[in-house]
Design a protein around this ligand. Structure first.
Ligand code: ATR
Length: 276
């Protein structure tokens, strides 16, 4: 019998994770099955326990369960503790539930795969929700010159910036600042859209100067066509990258945690892009 894994979400029918992990498993010769499970909103822990009781070895966790999975886990990785949410669960040999978050490392790996240099870069992150909190640590570990967070609700951006301030982290790192959109000025090397605005076809109110033709625009969302944010950036000559690669890289890191094998993500990215 194959080893069992799954992704929990609600809804979960749209998830590309089963497809991605099936491609990884085939490529790496791993005998494993990976399915999508719609857990009840009010009993995520019960769904995980039932999965483990039926032989499940690990899972991905998506909306709306990432925070609940964090609270339920027995052992949290350091990066998960900082993110306040998890997307990967591992059923340990000791019976405990180990949890990690691979979204941030997925984002940084995808930027690297596209040849984007974060070292000494001026980074702007749009949004201050859970998705952004989850990627700040790995972005800061890539040693940017500065990292600014802008959000519709300015207080949330400033609160998040304070949480990730270098002094709190006890390390020599770039300053992290936060604001609303109204005070944004100048240009940035890399602008990452981590708001959910793209989902509704919305665009945060951004000044025209933000990106030039040397800048990189990254949307953590992806779709068959460029998101409104990427279209906006493209009109200003910036390079456009969507979040499909981040999705695949975070999956690859989860796969590694479970199977201790690193899949070739570039090949899978090509397949998924064709299927969009
Ligand atoms: P997620 O888990 O996707 O981060 P979230 O925690 O609800 O979801 O955060 C959503 C983010 O998208 C927030 O930064 C939100 O801004 P507010 O904090 O001001 O609510 C942002 N957002 C959502 N819709 C937006 C829109 N139409 N324009 C600008 N920002 C938007």
């Amino acid at each position: 019998m194959s080893d069992r894994y799954c992704v929990f979400g609600h809804p979960v029918g749209h998830s590309r994770s089963p497809r991605i992990h099936a491609l990884f498993a085939e490529q790496c010769g791993q005998a494993m099955a990976y399915e999508a499970i719609e857990a009840p909103r009010e009993d995520f822990a019960g769904a995980w326990q039932a999965f483990v009781a039926a032989g499940g070895l690990g899972a991905n966790v998506t909306v709306p369960f990432k925070e609940e999975a964090y609270r339920m886990a027995d052992v949290l990785s350091q990066r998960a503790r900082r993110a306040g949410a998890v997307n990967t669960l591992v059923h340990g040999r000791d019976g405990r539930t180990y949890a990690d978050t691979t979204d941030g490392v997925g984002l940084v790996r995808d930027l690297e795969a596209h040849g984007v240099t974060l070292d000494d870069a001026r980074i702007l992150v749009l949004g201050a929700g859970g998705a952004v909190r989850g990627v700040l640590d790995p972005l800061l570990a890539a040693r940017p010159q500065s990292l600014h967070i802008a959000n519709r609700t300015a207080e949330k951006a400033m609160g998040l910036a304070a949480d990730f301030h270098p002094q709190k982290r006890g390390q020599q790192q770039a300053g992290v600042t936060g604001s609303g959109y109204d005070t944004l000025e100048g240009s940035y090397d890399v602008v990452i859209n981590g708001t959910s605005a793209s989902l509704g076809g919305d665009l945060p109110p951004l000044p025209d100067t933000l990106l030039t033709d040397t800048g990189v625009a990254y949307d953590m969302m992806y779709a068959a066509d460029p998101t409104v944010f990427l279209q906006w950036a493209g009109k200003r000559g910036a390079r456009m990258i969507d979040g499909l690669g981040m999705l695949i890289e975070q999956a690859a890191e989860s796969f590694f945690l479970w199977r201790h094998v690193r899949p070739d993500t570039a090949a899978v990215r090509e397949v998924l892009r064709r299927e969009l």
